[in-house]
Design a protein around this ligand. Structure first.
Ligand code: ATP
Length: 472
């Protein structure tokens, strides 16, 4: 039983998809096992639906293989794959009753009448709609309509059910009930469910495994516990649940420095004095007296959340979030402790912090004290700095020298927002232009997977003349 549960039913191998010249899926690999509930989770526009459509046969990859039960099925049309899809808009037939909606696929397949009756009746019982056979579709609630759509997808006995945000149209309470029901239906029917959502709580509730996607790549695949407790990077930690994500330095194995203090942790192998991202979940911070605290801060906000208090603590420039059953007085100084096991260390999303441009001066004016250079097809003018035309210059822009500009006035017009992670002090934003990645800091929330104009403040830049003669 354990053995068969691990059989791979569908594999995506090195799948690459481009729409209108833009990379949508960037060489993704994914194995899905028989009878498992897998959720593809990620922000809007990251490529979740496209991944589902590749499995369903509605999109063909530019390269890479789709393997079904060991056979390559690229090019096989959707109706020839043993897969059925449930969409957010259930696309039920309003003029047919519940029974006929569910029976529709079987009738098309010319299944004998008595067999249709047996299968539909059994399926309606599975989705808890026994006795609703004659009901008109328009007389059903959203949750009931959703169950009809699932019954219709399941009745033809596909190996895999694809579900694209199927609960998105339901209100929160109903959605939560349906999450549990869906999981029960999946367990009863022993089918493989591949589910797409941008709701992390939904993914954690229902799934055997979660696939976290961002920007056309898979960031992490794991059980809900894995991705919550052991996120591989700041993006996953930020996307899954609430987290304090802090800049830290791995001093040596099992020694981390954050907020000016050295703490013990359990991670090894990051080298010495390596900049890292550190994740501490709010519920893993214990409140103690300032003398006993590994970290010390001042309580700024306190909100009662029913089961716990949400406490915001200022620790130098940083804001730390704590979930605790203990209360704390606003304005008081408290100590905070975290056991080594609950300090997660991760490699930085962008290993190199410097935004570096190496270029040649294309025009300059000593009188006006300025120069120009070409950057990814744009002419960029730098004021209050002069280098002779033809000089090779290295320009280093610290993250605070970058900002999002108004339409049409940025130095680069269309830069893609790849990730936004709150670091207790400000958002760290990773941007992607045609030729490189950039790191900037921002106090405002920005929408990932959108295009923005980017501007540079050259008064904060460092300039260095590159001596070409040294390069041999
Ligand atoms: P959402 O949660 O918003 O549905 P998603 O993660 O499911 O997002 P996809 O629907 O896979 O994302 O889309 C990924 C990107 O591909 C988006 O930028 C989208 O605009 C683009 N895209 C999707 N389908 C097409 C298409 N047929 N032609 C051109 N671009 C497309």
């Amino acid at each position: 039983m354990e053995q068969t549960a691990k059989n791979t039913i569908v594999s995506l191998k090195d799948i690459f998809v481009r729409f209108d010249g833009e990379v949508i899926l960037n060489h993704i690999n994914l194995d899905i096992h028989e009878k498992e509930f897998v959720t593809i989770l990620g922000p809007s526009g990251c490529g979740k639906t496209t991944t589902l459509r590749i499995i369903g046969g509605f999109v063909e990859p530019e390269s890479g293989d789709v393997i079904f039960d060991g056979k390559r099925i690229n090019g096989t049309p959707p109706n020839k794959r043993n897969v059925n899809t449930v969409f957010q808009k259930y696309s039920l037939f309003p003029h047919l009753n519940v029974f006929d909606n569910v029976a529709f696929g079987l009738k098309l397949k010319k299944v004998p009448k008595d067999e249709i009756k047996r299968k539909v009746t059994k399926m309606l019982a599975t989705v808890d709609l026994k006795g609703y056979e004659k009901r008109n579709i328009s007389k059903l609630s959203g949750g009931q309509q959703q169950r009809v759509a699932i019954a219709r997808a399941l009745v033809c006995d596909p190996d895999i059910i694809l579900l694209d945000e199927p609960l998105g149209a339901l209100d929160l309470k109903l959605r939560k009930c349906m999450q549990i029901e869906l999981k029960e239906i999946q367990q009863k029917t022993e089918k493989t469910f591949i589910y797409v959502t941008h709701d992390q709580e939904e993914a954690l509730t229902m799934s055997d495994r979660v696939v976290v996607m961002n920007n056309g790549v898979i960031e992490q695949i794991g059980t809900p516990e894995d991705i919550y407790n052991e996120p591989v990077n700041a993006f996953v930690a930020d996307f899954i649940g609430e987290a304090n994500i802090l800049n830290g330095t791995m001093i040596d194995d099992c020694r981390i420095k954050i907020l000016g203090r050295e703490l013990e942790c359990v991670d090894k192998g990051f080298g010495k004095n390596t900049p890292v991202d550190v994740v501490i979940r709010p519920e893993d911070i214990e409140i103690t007296s300032p003398e006993n605290g590994q970290l010390v801060g001042t309580v700024e906000k306190l909100t009662f959340k029913g089961v716990h208090y949400e406490i915001s603590v200022r620790c130098g420039k940083c804001e730390i979030l704590i979930h605790s059953t203990k209360s704390a007085e606003i304005g008081s100084e408290i100590g905070m402790r975290v056991i080594p096991f609950n300090i997660q260390i991760m490699n930085k999303l962008l290993p190199f912090y410097d935004n570096i441009i190496e270029t040649e001066v294309t025009y300059s004016s000593e009188d006006e004290n300025c120069f120009e250079f070409e950057l990814e097809g744009e002419t960029v003018k730098v004021e209050n700095k002069y280098f002779a035309q033809g000089t090779s210059v290295k320009i280093t822009l610290p993250p605070e020298a970058l900002s999002l500009a108004g339409d049409g006035i940025g130095h680069l017009k269309d830069v893609y927002i790849e990730s936004v992670v709150y670091k207790g002090e400000h958002n760290e934003i990773i941007l992607e232009s045609d030729e490189r990645k950039w790191l900037m800091l921002s106090d405002t929330d920005e929408q990932v997977a959108t295009y923005v104009p980017l501007a540079f403040d050259f008064s904060k830049a460092q300039f260095e003349v590159i001596d070409k003669t040294e390069e041999g």
